[in-house]
Structure formats: C-alpha cells, structure tokens
Design a protein around this ligand. Sequence first.
Ligand code: ATP
Length: 240
Amino acid sequence: MSTPLLEARDLSVSYGRLEPVLRHVSLALRPGEILGLVGMNGAGKTTLMRALSGGLKARSGEVLFQSASIQGRTTATLARAGLVILPEGHRVIRPLTVDENLELSTMSLGRGRVRARLNATRELVYGLFPILRERRHQLAGLLSGGEQQMLSLARAIVQDPKVLLLDEPSLGLAPMVIDRIYESLGSLRDKGISMLIVEQNSQRVAKTCDRLIVLREGVIAAEGSPDMLAGDRLQAAYFG
Ligand code: ATP
C-alpha cells in the first residue's frame, strides 16, 4: 500500500488544561484519495482539522505530512509545502475582484513561482468554475454564497496543494450548488489532489469519498468504505 501523504498517529489534543477533545486518533490519507470525516456537532472534527494542519499542538501523539513530523511548523509553512486548509465559511476578500483574490492567494507561494503558477492555475479554476471566469472583474463581496464558496475553493487550489483539508464545504448552500462543488472536488482528485473533507452532511460526502471516518466524542467510532458504512451502520457509529 502507498505511503500516506498525511497521517495522525495516536493523536490527542486538548484546549488548555481541559480534558482532551481528541483521544488517540489515528488516520491516514493516501495519495489520490478523498477521505470523508463525519460526526455530530462537537465531535471534534474542526479540532482534528486544525491539529492536522499545524493550527493546534498535539498533547500526545503526532502528525506526519509526507512522512515528516509537522511539529514546530506553522499553517503557513505547511501550506507552502502543499498542505492547505480551507476553514469553514467563505474565505474571500470582499473588496477585491475575483481575479485579485486569486492573485493574492498565489502570492503565498513565494515570488518566483507566482506568475507562472497564476496563469496555469487560473485556467484550471476557471475551467472548474466557469461562473468565476464570467465574474472575474466583479468584487468578491457581490458574489452569491455559492460563488463565494467556489472562490474560496479556487483560492485554495491556486496554492498548488498536494493535500486539501476542507471544513464543511456544503454548509449553507443550495443542493444544486453543493452538487457543483462536489463535482469539482471529484475532478480535483482526478488531477492528483488528495482531500480530507469534514461534513455534517454525511450523505453528500459519502457519495464522493473513497473512505469515511466517523468521529464521536473525540474518538474514531467507525472507518470504512461509504458502502460499508451506509444506513443503520452509519447511524449507529454517529450516535453510539
Ligand atoms: P461542529 O460540527 O459543531 O463544528 P466539531 O465536530 O467540529 O463540531 P469541534 O469544533 O472540534 O467539533 O469541538 C469539539 C469540542 O471542543 C467541543 O466540545 C467544543 O466545545 C470544544 N472546543 C472547540 N474549540 C474550543 C476552544 N477554542 N476552547 C475550548 N474548547 C473548544
């Protein structure tokens, strides 16, 4: 089996001196894979995403990106190395145009790579989301909620990720827009980007992901293929 791109080993995380929110979590994201992470409110999904991307320190255990510990590395340095997190909510800069939003995200790559990267990836994201090409000179703040979510995703893509961590990409969006977003996530996987997707909407992520993990009260309650974890088995893992 191929070496994981991102791995949590026996990871426990707490906020301050409180009881750990995550306890002994181990998971592996393999190249070219979409892993769905589901669970109830407060199960620890966002905490896990933050710990996987350098935003929270492990209390014990470790996180490895491309086989190296992420300890001591910031979210920004990890993003430059190809581990990009897209937190919940629309991460766009409202007073800038669509084009300018993309350009600014590419800046984080460092000077030499910016121009070449921008031209290549702009075509990629405008191919994925033609509506953004149509709106490229419009201010991001004037886009609809769905278009802003597409632009958030586009801003993550232009950073040239190997791994994308997405927190609730379907939150608050209409079913048609959710389908559009998930279609694009499938295309990104085909282009070699691996993803971990956190969702409340377990049915939707199950349709697209290769494997599902159910988190309950900070521990992994179940893990398997979406087929294996369908219906009652998913419910049982969710609610205990
Ligand atoms: P949701 O779906 O509601 O976003 P979640 O599964 O992402 O939930 P987390 O946001 O990771 O869950 O929260 C897990 C637990 O950690 C909850 O009990 C929450 O109250 C607690 N928690 C989250 N952030 C903090 C914080 N900054 N300080 C203290 N406790 C926190």
